[in-house]
Design a protein around this ligand. Structure first.
Ligand code: GAP
Length: 470
C-alpha cells in the first residue's frame, strides 16, 4: 500500500537544485487548467475535493500513457494478457484481500480548528502531547479510518447490501486468474494486465492530482512458481525502470525506495517503489511488490474454491503461484510527465525592440504528446488556409493533429510549445509554389524545409529517433 512518509532528509535541497525554480505545483496546476489538461471537478459548485476532470489535452495525454503501458505489457510480452474487471465486486473479495481489516489510515482531529490529520504525518511531539500543529488546540485520540468507499447495491440500505468501490484493480485479476488459465491455456509464468479506476477515501488530497479519491491504476500481476519469485521480482524491477527510460523521463529524477519491515503492506513479502522527484519532493510513482501466495491463499480460504495451479509439465504438481505485482498510477504518471516535461527558458524575441522573451514549453516525448503535429497557415488568405487544411487531412490518419490560423505565427508557436506539441508545420507562399513547408521542432526551435509528400515519413523518423535535449 502506498506510503506517504518521506525518507529523504535533503529533500528540499535536492528538489530546488534539480528544478532550478522552474516547475512548481502552482505553475503546473495553472498551466493544466489554462491549456485544458485538467480541471477541478464540479468547479461551478465550488469544486469537489479529491476529484478532477481531464480536458481535451488531458484525456489525449492519459490515453497516450495508457496505450504505451498496454503495449509494453501485452503487445511486447507473449506471456501477458489483458483483463477489464468490474469496479463493483462481491464484498467477500475485500474481506479475503485483507482490505476490510487492514486498509486503514490513523486519523486525528483538532477539537478547536476542526482540521483533520493523518496521525503518521504530524510531528511525534504533537501527537504525544495531543497538540494541533496548526492552532495548538487539543487533538482527539487516534482512530483507524478505512479508506474504502462504501455504498449499497439494490433498494435496501442495510448491512446485507453493502458493497465497495474497489481500492485497487488487482483483486479483479486474482479472482479471474483461473478463468484466464482455462480460457487462454496460460502456463506459468504468465501475467495479467489491467487498467482501470480505483477509489480511496483519502484524508489528505493536496498537491493537485497526486493523491485523489478517484484515480486510475495500471497494474500487472505476474504469476510464477514459488521459489522463482525473487528472480522474477528483480526482473520486473528492471523492466519497469526501463519503461521510464523509454518514456524519455529525466532519469536523475527517479530513484528506488525499498520498503522497510514497518512499511510493508499486509500482503507484501518485499516491495520497492519507484519514486519521482516531484516539485514537492520525492514521492512514490509506482510500486513493485512480491505478494507471495497471500492473495490466492486468502481467496481459496474465503471462496472455498481450489485455486491451485496444475503444472502439466511437472507430473501434474499442484501449488498456489506467487504473484509479482507492478502497480503504477495512471493519473499520477500523468502528473509526473507534466512536471518532467515542464520547462521555462529565454529565447530570441520575435517582437521588435526586444532581445529575448520567456517561453514555457512542455518537452513531452513525441510519442506521448497530446498533439503530435500542428498545422499553421502563415496567412488565412490567398488559399493558404485551404492548403494547410489539405495537408492536415493527409496527416490525420497517422498523427494527432491540430490546426491554428489565428494570431501572429510567433504567438501560435508559443501556444503549441505550452501544449507540448513537438512539431509545427507552417504553410507559406512558397508552399503554394513548390509544395514545400516549414517543419519546426519544439525543443530546438530549429526550422527546416520539407516537401509535403515526405512529411509522414519524416515525422515518423523523428518520433522514433527522438532524443531529449534538455
Ligand atoms: N495493488 C497495489 C496497490 O494498489 P499502492 O502502492 O497502494 O499499491 C499503487 O498503489 C499506485 O497507485 C501508487 O504507486 C500510485 O501511483 C497510485 N495511487 C495510489 N493511491 C493513489 C491516490 N489516492 N491517488 C492517485 N494515485 C494513487
Amino acid at each position: 500500500m502506498e506510503q506517504t512518509t518521506n525518507p529523504c532528509n535533503t529533500e528540499q535541497e535536492t528538489t530546488a537544485n534539480l528544478y532550478q525554480g522552474k516547475a512548481t505545483m502552482e505553475k503546473i496546476t495553472s498551466l493544466a487548467k489554462r491549456r485544458g489538461f485538467v480541471f477541478q471537478s464540479s468547479e461551478i459548485y465550488g469544486g469537489q475535493n479529491g476529484a478532477w476532470d481531464y480536458g481535451p489535452l488531458g484525456i489525449e495525454l492519459k490515453n497516450r500513457i495508457s496505450q504505451t503501458w498496454w503495449k509494453e505489457m501485452t503487445q511486447l510480452n507473449d506471456d501477458i494478457v489483458g483483463l477489464d474487471a468490474s469496479i463493483l465486486m462481491h464484498p467477500r473479495t475485500w474481506e479475503a484481500s485483507g482490505h476490510v481489516e487492514n486498509f486503514t489510515d490513523p486519523l486525528v482531529d483538532c477539537k478547536k480548528c476542526k482540521t483533520r490529520f493523518r496521525a503518521d504525518q504530524i510531528p511525534e511531539e504533537n501527537l504525544s502531547a495531543k497538540k494541533c500543529p496548526e492552532c495548538g488546540g487539543e487533538l482527539t485520540d487516534t482512530r483507524k479510518f478505512n479508506l474504502m468507499f462504501k455504498t449499497n447495491i439494490g433498494p435496501a440500505e442495510d448491512s446485507a447490501s453493502v458493497i465497495y468501490l474497489r481500492p485497487e484493480t488487482a483483486q479483479g485479476i486474482y479472482v479471474n486468474y483461473k478463468n484466464i488459465i482455462q480460457s487462454n491455456r496460460m502456463k506459468l509464468p504468465f501475467g495479467i494486465a489491467q487498467i482501470g479506476k480505483a477509489f480511496r477515501n483519502e484524508i489528505v488530497t493536496k498537491n493537485f492530482i497526486f493523491r485523489t479519491c478517484e484515480f486510475e491504476q495500471m497494474e500487472m500481476q505476474y504469476f510464477v512458481k514459488p521459489g522463482t519469485d525473487e528472480e522474477w521480482f528483480n526482473e520486473w524491477r528492471k523492466r519497469r525502470w526501463a519503461f521510464y527510460e523509454k518514456l524519455g523521463v529525466k532519469m536523475d529524477h527517479l530513484r528506488w525506495h525499498q520498503h522497510g519491515k514497518d512499511e510493508l503492506a499486509h500482503y507484501a513479502k518485499d516491495a520497492y517503489d519507484i519514486e519521482y522527484l516531484f516539485p514537492m519532493g520525492w514521492r512514490e510513482l509506482e510500486g513493485i511488490h512480491n505478494r507471495s501466495d497471500y492473495d490466492l491463499g486468502r481467496h481459496t480460504k474465503y471462496s472455498g474454491k481450489d485455486l491451485n495451479y496444475i503444472d502439466q509439465d511437472n507430473a501434474s504438481e499442484r501449488y498456489l503461484p506467487f504473484i509479482i505485482e507492478t502497480s503504477a498510477g495512471l493519473t499520477r504518471t500523468l502528473l509526473m510527465l507534466l512536471c518532467d516535461a515542464y520547462d521555462e527558458e529565454l529565447v530570441p524575441s520575435e517582437k521588435e525592440g526586444a532581445a529575448e522573451e520567456a517561453r514555457t514549453v512542455l518537452r513531452f516525448h513525441p510519442s506521448i504528446a497530446p498533439v503530435t503535429v500542428a498545422v499553421l497557415p502563415l496567412m488565412k488568405k490567398d488559399g493558404l488556409a485551404e492548403l494547410a487544411q489539405d495537408i492536415r487531412t493527409g496527416l490525420k490518419e497517422d498523427f494527432a493533429t491540430d490546426y491554428d490560423q489565428s494570431g501572429a505565427i510567433g504567438r501560435r508557436y508559443r501556444r503549441q510549445d505550452e501544449a507540448g506539441t513537438p512539431f509545427c508545420i507552417t504553410i507559406d507562399y512558397e508552399s503554394k509554389e513548390n509544395g514545400t513547408v516549414t517543419l519546426r521542432f519544439r525543443d530546438s526551435m530549429e526550422q527546416i524545409r520539407v516537401n509535403r509528400t515526405l512529411l509522414t515519413d519524416c515525422l515518423l523518423k523523428e518520433i522514433r529517433g527522438y532524443k531529449r535535449i534538455k
